[in-house]
Design a protein around this ligand. Structure first.
Ligand SMILES: [Ca+2]
Length: 512
């Protein structure tokens, strides 16, 4: 970041947030010799770090016409909403390992669901661990890394999972126990922890805490009450800020939620998704959605029919509203404890999802739908109710949070602190966001999102040959219905995008 203080003040004043920033302790925040923003606000705030599994930007605050997410919408009004944030690999463990280490998958070497971060990076300092090393009490619950792959060095006390069956209805619990459906065909895509499955949805008239996420909101509330006295203490030696990570499981499959959240939606009014595959896209672009197919009520081959499609989308919406309600309970407790003024709240969904678009489901690709994810940061020292369309990446979250809390930048970051963008949401920002997805061990798909285009190259790792390419014009074709990579008029554009992507290493050149 080479921007001078004068430039920063001029640009921020020009967009009208100068008043907010004027209230900040500038002398301290922009001290001599310091990276301009590394000690922004100059104080150790608490961090409430909320991870949501498989949540794409299917929220009211992202403009969705049906989804009811009043609590996350309110959080967006109190902070900055990132309209164009991209994960680095669209599946649980790799995206989380990347975000939580501030490094990209080619550095973490976590491309699958079965590799622990300490296997590939025994000495890496994770985000939570970095806060812990800087005097924070670091606590984690639910899915933060990946189910069963948490990291003890990251926390000040043992990480906790809630104990709950994925289903509440007896018949579904039995169906799952009896095998439901066992899939061996798509192991790579299916989540390792639940090979045997019941149905893809469940609507049960039960309390929130019968399912896992209701238990996490209760655990988080209990933790906040325990952490508050030290976090609020002004006494030397007694004060200790916290980093509390809460990982909600919905809207990950199966789409189970209490009935009252299903009742928020009229299934007949859910529009059917665009059904066709992007024309002229190579086969490598697609996954077989084995994750969904492994549920007992989903066909092994072929598309879901209209009734099942509507039911699944309805279930996803119900799960989003259920999760949103749990987020709301935790935020209400943060307010009740009067901690909001000293707490930075961040919420993110770990990657995108195809919710029936292209007649496809779930993640595991480099499509815009799979790589685009929601991110909101609400911080007492930053503007409120602001949106930015700057291109940002999940690897940017680690250095952003450390900067917001006045900590020096951790070593090895492969992203950029977004604090300048948080302060000036219209600022010129990254030229591209980079993602990747492997197909087996031999082919890696490298993907790049620029302001207008998504450009993908599928590369055979042994020879470095490009075996397939994709190009989509997001400005004129937001749903990416047409892959235009073979159209002759884009030859020069493709050459320049190829240079920018640089075999997946282009991010090095386009860091801020
Ligand atoms: Ca996920």
């Amino acid at each position: 970041m080479n921007q001078s203080r004068r430039e920063f003040l001029t640009t921020t004043a020009a967009i009208g947030v100068g008043g907010v920033l004027a209230a900040l302790p500038f002398g301290k925040a922009f001290g001599e010799n310091s990276n301009l923003f590394s000690s922004f606000a100059g104080r150790k705030k608490n961090v409430l770090f909320i991870a949501v599994d498989d949540l794409r930007p299917e929220l009211g605050c992202y403009g969705h016409p049906m989804v009811k997410s009043p609590n996350i919408d309110a959080l967006a009004k109190s902070g900055v909403l990132f309209e164009r944030t991209y994960c680095q690999q669209a599946v649980c463990a790799p995206t989380r390992a990347s975000l939580l280490t501030g490094r990209r998958p080619d550095t973490t070497k976590i491309y699958d669901l079965k590799t622990h971060i300490r296997t590939t990076m025994p000495n890496v300092v994770t985000l939570q661990q970095y806060f812990k090393n800087n005097g924070y009490f670091s606590e984690g619950m639910g899915k933060l890394f990946h189910a069963g792959y948490e990291d003890e060095k990251s926390y000040s006390m043992p990480h906790r999972y809630a104990k709950a069956d994925p289903y509440a209805l007896e018949e579904n619990i039995h169906l799952k126990k009896d095998g439901g459906k066992v899939t061996t065909k798509n192991k790579e895509e299916a989540d390792a922890e639940s090979r045997m499955r019941g149905p893809a949805t469940e609507c049960a008239d039960v309390q929130d805490n019968v399912y896992e996420d209701g238990k996490y909101s209760e655990m988080a509330i209990e933790s906040l009450r325990r952490l508050a006295p030290k976090a609020k203490s002004k006494k030397e030696g007694e004060h200790q800020p916290f980093f509390l990570g809460v990982g909600f499981r919905k809207p990950h499959l199966p789409f189970v939620a209490p009935k009252k959240y299903w009742d928020l939606y009229d299934r007949s009014k859910i529009p059917m998704p665009y059904p066709e595959r992007p024309h002229h896209a190579p086969d490598l672009a697609f996954a077989n959605w084995g994750e969904l197919r492994s549920y007992s009520d989903i066909p092994d081959v072929g598309p879901c029919d209209e009734a099942k499609t509507r039911e699944l989308i309805h279930g996803y919406y119900a799960c989003v509203s259920y999760m949103d309600a749990q987020v709301g309970k935790v935020l209400a407790e943060l307010d009740r404890l009067d901690l909001r003024k000293d707490t930075s709240v961040v919420i993110w969904g770990d990657h995108g999802w195809k919710l029936g678009e292209y007649s496809e489901w779930s993640k595991h690709t480099n499509f815009e739908l799979d790589t685009h994810a929601p991110l909101i940061i609400s911080d007492p020292d930053l503007p409120k109710g602001v949106r930015t369309s700057g291109l940002t990446e999940f690897v940017d979250i680690y250095p952003t949070l450390t900067a917001l809390c006045g900590l020096p930048q951790s070593d090895g970051m492969e992203g950029t602190s977004m604090v300048p963008l948080l302060s000036d949401p219209k600022k010129q920002w990254k030229k591209a966001a980079f993602s990747q997805y492997p197909r087996g061990k031999k082919i890696m798909g490298y993907s790049m999102r620029t302001d207008q285009y998504r450009y993908n190259e599928w590369i055979e790792l042994k020879t470095n040959d490009i075996v397939a390419r994709e190009l989509y014009d997001l400005k004129n074709d937001p749903l990416c219905k047409e892959c235009i990579v073979d159209e002759p008029q884009y030859k020069d554009l493709i050459a320049s995008l190829h240079d920018m992507l640089a075999g997946g290493k282009g991010w090095k050149k386009y860091q801020m």
